[in-house]
Design a protein around this ligand. Structure first.
Ligand code: SDX
Length: 430
């Protein structure tokens, strides 16, 4: 296609003037709209896009999603293949570095992460300071942010070695913070990392170890945990990743940015959905009540949590993998009866015009909570498990943002619709 065709011709009917705007990668630069003015001292046109529903603010090489077809690829590799054949730490390496590691590269990566799982003993005092029934996500937001006070070199964003160390520390320490938050909530002493175990196995060790001298994870549950972390590892410019990028754009350290991303993930519309799904399924209570629940959701009485997605207008490919994984986990844990309610809910919803016309399909959160509950995790820990998985994704986007010459501090414009200039009135005249 010739150069002249890769443009838009915009005619401003207010002035009769026309403008040629280049089209690149299926987009126009919003800044090219600023030349469209009513007069020379006019500010020029803005684009108005609440929640950025149709705005790309970065160029990224990390993850590709085709929401219409239901495709998800990390650095070009399909999620189904990675879930089948890779490991969470190998996927984390892929997301951060852009290529699958050689044996030596993977060995060093695993060694470095394995030997950074401990947290400073003072951080335990942060944990101990929380109320006994504090939500673990509130504890995670706080302690991830607190990590920034232990590693001042994290501010050396231009130093590749400093960036590497913070990436290693956050991937390595999230499971420790997560497990310590859980142990605090049940009044049990902290179980320290065991470097003989795999990444997922060590997390299960820190969660469930009691009187045994050496915790031995069930291999099926260990693998299931690892696959669930792979499925959550990245998802391009979602709410929490956008938060990570926005905070890092002010040159804040990655721990402070990750605390903000964790806070964004906490919301029930985002990573908190897996917790909300479980509470919804428990509220529905039985397969017989599903039809009424779907009716109530269509009447707007509540949102069908775990359904719908800003990008996927087809089945979330991760939800399919999670559903298959459930059967393997149930071989060990026993079947979670909530699965029957979830399957019936999906069956009815996918046949119902309301959901079909809005292209609402199950997303990654719809089935993951059912597995987590069967594995023994309390519902409040579900978004924490999501955050553990998403750390390599956040850090890959953080690093991409830091190195992107085109990026600057995030500072959107607004359309001011408030009061015009007016004079102050003393209180007796109001
Ligand atoms: C994650 O972005 C990511 O990539 C996120 C994520 C990741 O990996 O990072 O994939 C993880 O957050 C998955 C989504 C988890 N959230 C939920 O399951 C919560 C329930 N889902 C919804 O709240 C909603 O679908 C969102 C928030 C996920 C998406 O919302 P949008 O894109 O802003 O869509 P919308 O709210 O404008 O809804 C469009 C229409 C509306 O109907 P109308 O006003 O047009 O009549 O669909 C309806 C909504 O009412 N709708 C639902 C619904 N989701 C949307 N109706 C019933 N149940 C739902 N779940």
């Amino acid at each position: 296609m010739s150069e002249t065709q890769d443009t838009l011709t915009i005619t401003d009917n207010r002035t009769g003037r026309s403008y040629e705007v280049p089209v690149t990668d299926g987009s126009i630069r919003a800044m090219d709209l600023r030349q469209i003015k009513l007069s020379d001292d006019d500010f020029g046109l803005l684009s108005y896009d609440p929640a950025f529903k149709n705005t790309a603010n970065v160029r990224s090489r990390v993850t590709y999603i085709d929401g219409d077809v239901g495709i998800l690829r990390y650095r070009g590799y399909p999620i189904e293949q990675l879930a089948e054949s890779s490991s969470f730490l190998e996927v984390a390496y892929l997301l951060i570095n852009g290529e699958l590691p050689t044996t030596d590269e993977l060995d060093r990566w695993v060694y470095d992460i394995t030997h950074h799982t401990f947290i400073h003993e003072n951080l335990k005092q942060f944990m101990d300071g929380f109320h006994h029934d504090a939500h673990p996500m509130g504890m995670l937001v706080s302690t991830v942010g607190a990590l920034s006070t232990f590693y001042p070199e994290a501010k050396d964003l231009d130093e590749a070695e400093a960036r590497y160390m913070q990436i290693i520390r956050l991937i390595a320490k999230m499971p420790t913070l997560a497990a310590f938050a859980y142990r605090h909530s049940i009044g049990m002493r902290y179980a320290y990392p065991d470097n003989d175990l795999s990444f997922a196995g060590n997390f299960l060790n820190m969660m469930w170890k009691t009187t045994e001298l050496k915790y031995e994870p069930d291999p099926i549950l260990e693998r299931a945990m690892d696959v669930l972390l792979i499925l959550h590892a990245d998802h391009e410019q979602n709410c929490s990743t956008t938060t990570m990028r926005a905070i890092s754009s002010s040159d804040a350290d990655p721990y402070s940015a990750a605390a903000g991303a964790t806070a964004a993930l906490y919301g029930p519309k985002h990573g908190g959905a897996n917790e909300a799904v479980l509470r919804m399924l428990e509220r529905i209570g039985s397969v017989e009540n599903v039809a009424d629940a779907v009716r109530a959701a269509k009447d707007g009485e509540f949102r069908l949590m775990g359904f719908g997605h800003r990008v996927y207008k087809n089945y979330d490919p991760r939800a399919k993998v999670v559903q298959e994984l459930a059967h393997e986990v149930f071989e060990v844990t026993g079947r979670n009866p909530l699965l029957d309610i979830a399957v019936e809910l999906e069956r009815i919803a996918l046949e119902d015009e309301y959901f079909v016309e809005r292209k609402l399909y199950p997303n990654v959160d719809f089935y993951s909570g059912i597995i987590y509950q069967a594995m023994g995790f309390p519902t409040s820990m579900f978004p924490v498990l999501f955050a553990m998985g998403r750390i390599p994704g956040w850090m890959s986007h953080w690093q991409e943002n830091v190195l992107d010459e085109e990026q600057a501090i995030v500072r959107p414009r607004q359309l001011y619709v408030g009061a015009d200039a007016r004079d102050y009135l003393p209180v007796e005249q109001r």
